[in-house]
Design a protein around this ligand. Sequence first.
Ligand code: PMP
Ligand code: GLN
Length: 411
Amino acid sequence: SANRLEGLRPSVWVEFTQMVAKFKPVSNLGQGFPDFDPPKFLLDSLHKAALDPSAHQYPLSKGHTPLLEAIARYYSPLYKRELNPNSNISVSNGAYGCLYATSQAFVNPGDEVVIIEPFYDCYINQVMLGGGHLKFVPLRATKADPKTSQDWAIDPDELAKAFTNKTKLLIINNPNNPLGKVYSKPELKVVADLCQKYDTICVSDEVYEFNTFDGLPHERMATLDGMWERTLTTHSAGKIFSVTGWKTGWTIGPKDLLDSIAVIHSSSLYCTVRPTQIALAEGFERESSLVNDPTRSYIEELRNYLQDRRDELCSGLKSVGIVPITPSGTYFLLGNMDIFGTPFTPGKFGSGTRDYQLARWMYEEVGVGVIPPSAFYSEPHSHLADRFMRFSFARTPESIDKAINAIRKYN
Ligand code: PMP
Ligand code: GLN
């Protein structure tokens, strides 16, 4: 193998999706994918595309034109600027493809990349593949007994100390997987000011942009003063239309930065699947026509559905003694697992931090799929996560019920 593979972290998804196949849990609240149906209008569009002989050859490298146009139309009001479909949007193979192209396009060996923790796990291997040097700044609990995701915040001094003249990128995930934190504008401004001071590109992973709850707005980093020019925002159709298997994502940003991403994208993947892009274009056109009709918009329907499932999961977990950190966004929440103590001989469920071992126990003995949250932390900070477990509520009420009933047997 090439030297660049050394030091990369094994993928938590590879391990725990294999656990699902092996142990067939009664209910899987692990990997983040909806276990309910995608919207019928989108499947109808894909069906129509599948039967159209002209829909099956390569799209343009940067994305199929109708999708680029539909994204520009839908997002221009949200970004408060006229997005150019030809120069401000670049479609790739999911948010992963977008993020990978970004680190390849901007990180030189020795460059520093500041990552806010918890982070989405793929950032670190992707940055390391570019030779980047990682610097981690964790969200800190602001209360002794935090109850919601909003009780965690960046310490501005700690963040400022992480920046140097070599800081090429800062990566932030808002809303945050796995905590569910949704950043306020003043919080983003602290990050934005440092990016401007140190001439740093801000990579803002906003794949859960529409999954915010309790009326909390999603603030876009790129709309802060002075940030459009230096922000690359990552989006994912999987999360917007409940089709994670379509693996279609896009980056929105200024032309000069997207031009560099285009070199990596056209040299690696070249382009992504066309029929799904056709269907997504129709999906966004539909959403654009319904922005003033929240009762019919799928994006709003999904937001309400997820908020209800969040509430069900929080009360179910409380009823079995797992204290949830109520999330303001995403598909996920962290539950405090102190009630279980150590229900097995340490080492019986493999190596690694306590939450990894507890997660394996959950699959093998409890019959519930979960994800250990230290996967989203650097090693020195993994203790910040190891009392917790990540549960996904992008699930049907039946899946949530089954999981709670299975856990109830163990406490
Ligand atoms: N970023 C975050 C925060 C995620 O949770 C995920 C997983 N959906 C991704 C990126 C990757 O998204 P995609 O499936 O579109 O590649
Ligand atoms: N983003 C999804 C999650 O957080 C998982 C994606 C993957 O399996 N790589 O659960």
